[in-house]
Design a protein around this ligand. Sequence first.
Ligand SMILES: [Zn+2]
Length: 334
Amino acid sequence: MATTLFFNIATLGGVDRKGRLRLQGSEMAQFETLDNAYLLVKDGRIADFGPMEQMPKFDDNVTKVDADGGTVMPSFCDSHTHIVNAGSREGEFVDKINGLSYAEIAKRGGGILNSADKLHEMSEDDLYEQSMKRVREVMFKGTGCVEIKSGYGLNTEDELKMLRVIKRIKETSPLKVVANFLGAHAVGRAYAGRQAEYVDLVINEMIPAVAAEGLADFVDVFCDEGFFTPEETGRILQAGAKHGMRGKIHGQELAPSGGVEVALKHNALSVDHLESMTDEDIAMMIGTETSPTALPGTSFFLNIPFAPVRKMISAGLGPAMQATIIQGQHRRAI
Ligand SMILES: [Zn+2]
């Protein structure tokens, strides 16, 4: 069992003596620190910390790291990424500058379907190598835990390919990696015009296949205008739950389209985007176990309003923020 002691820490940040799982509302303004501190880590978990003058004596079995007056603080936990992809889509940025909407670009075969075509052509090994470059980038910029979604496969085989790559990243990267199955990101090309059949495919074929290989911790749906309905979203979340995958959805990005309601109904871990969130949505989320997640990079990229984060905090919610945005590393195509 590995134990490591960090000592001579000038400032230890993010100290929480109450062991709270999440901070909400005015609590989010608190960031407790401790000066001239030590920190003890046992088997990857914080076992003890305190001021240097109260540091116990440790024997030679404990690895000792002199922080030499440095700062120790929590790493970013990025709860929403599409880090596994087969190439960026900056070409579409011109369309956006020219005023085409997200829906118009999607209708022209761009957006998610374009990413799926590129991913289909790429081998699993190349996909892994390319994705690892991005993983290393975010790691060196301070991310310690990253959620990674599938969703550029849009058929069973390619969704599994993405999730296997995520599994390899989990096994080979020092980051903590959480896998999220997003087969319902868009309707796959082969099912154009047959959305109901595609939803059935996600429920009856993809989810059981993903579960059989133990490839995902969560299930995700793009529940929005022009994509999946709250009813379809509910069915997919239910199917995921049967296989031990909790929901985490994309919702209220393009329109107030029932995303929050369906997320709450199925006790999703989070509802992400929320650029079109209403005051009613905010009121509905108070006191629930579902976290709102804001993706400010999407607003920059698509030139749409920002999620009302200040309003959420004032109402007592604790929104999460996509950390790769903070780092200028937004890799989500749309
Ligand atoms: Zn996303």
